[in-house]
Design a protein around this ligand. Structure first.
Ligand code: NAD
Length: 308
């Protein structure tokens, strides 16, 4: 849910997001297609129970071919309101049998992708002693920071929200730099966990990292930025492979079984293998990692189409 400038802008965004969702689900081997919905409007101004219930009715009219969940501008609590009008809603609170906020699962998935990336690049998946710079310590970045500290990493964080930075610095003793400096901070792994399009012709020459592994969606501004990263000697682990933990967690809620965090975490851990597979494919086929990830997802889509 966002204050889009126009209906066209919203339509462009929802098509781009649903395509990314398709690749994310296929890349993670999930039994899902891809779909996304957008609600036009500033959540702080126009969000109401009536609006969310109307959205719930719209989702319900699709008869279960689309299942909604929280994302930018919506919360776990909003899903409860939507659930008054449809059963095709996920990411419900844990107290009522849902899987709750997907962000911790996303953070665990990014960590698994980082370990696999380290293994590929440096021959060991042990992260202890590695410097990791996190751009954005919101719902995903803050959990990731804690997990990396536990692993013995030297963690550097930045966020435009200075209160969020201060709280993590005091909780975990991590270092911080101003938001404008995080991309050029020398580190082993850069983890974009704030915005899309952070990897672009303007930023790539300034990066001072060995690898990029983060949660943000659509990190490359354009497809040619994958080549720019490779030419700069930076290993890019494609975003939709690294950040699939949230959707993997939600799939655990959709089945008939009672949701279990332990089982979800086990499923999220498979991102380690998927990441390794994609990085090795790129090396083997002499392509960028972005091309290899797309090919990996398209293979699964083709196989699903053939099975049908
Ligand atoms: P969030 O809104 O909780 O956190 C984003 C943080 O980035 C905020 O603290 C914000 O202040 C900060 N930020 C914004 N601009 C910044 C800048 N220029 N420099 C530094 N910090 C900046 O969002 P989130 O749920 O943590 O998600 C982070 C990213 O990961 C988003 O791109 C999201 O689409 C993607 N993602 C999230 C999930 C999930 O489970 N939450 C799953 C997949 C992908």
């Amino acid at each position: 849910m966002r204050a889009y400038g126009s209906v066209e802008e919203a339509l462009t965004d929802v098509l781009r997001l649903s395509r990314a969702m398709t690749y994310k689900a296929a890349g993670a081997g999930l039994p899902l297609g891809g779909g996304k919905a957008v609600i036009l409007g500033d959540p702080a101004v126009v969000k109401s129970d009536a609006l969310l219930e109307a959205y719930g009715r719209a989702v319900d009219s699709l008869g279960g071919t689309y299942v909604t969940a929280e994302d930018v501008g919506t919360t776990v609590e909003d899903m409860v309101v939507i659930a008054r009008r449809t059963t095709h809603v996920s990411g419900l609170p844990v107290e009522i049998g849902g899987s709750g906020d997907p962000s911790p699962a996303t953070a665990h998935g990014v960590l698994a992708a980082m370990r696999a990336t380290a293994e590929h690049l440096w021959g060991s998946d042990v992260l202890s002693g590695r410097t990791v710079a996190i751009q954005g310590v919101g719902k995903v970045g803050s959990v990731l920071a804690g997990l990396l500290v536990e692993k013995g990493c030297d963690v550097v964080i930045a966020d435009v929200d200075t209160a969020a930075v201060a709280s993590l610095v005091s909780e975990f003793g991590v270092r911080s730099v101003p938001a404008a400096e995080i991309l050029e901070t020398p580190c082993d792994i850069l983890a974009p966990c704030a915005l899309g399009a952070v990897l672009n012709p303007g930023t790539i020459p300034r990066l001072s990292c060995g690898a990029v592994v983060g949660a943000a969606n659509n990190q490359l501004l354009g497809p040619e930025d994958a080549g720019r990263l490779a030419a700069a000697g930076i290993l890019y682990t494609p975003d939709f492979i690294a950040n699939a933990g949230g959707i993997i967690n939600i799939v655990e809620e959709l089945g008939d079984r009672q949701y279990s965090w332990v089982r979800a975490l086990r499923a999220v851990e498979r991102i380690y293998d998927t990441t390794g597979e994609v990085l090795r494919r790129a090396r083997r086929e002499g392509t960028t990692t972005a091309t290899a990830a797309t090919a990996h997802a398209e293979d699964r889509l083709k196989a699903a189409g053939a099975a049908r």
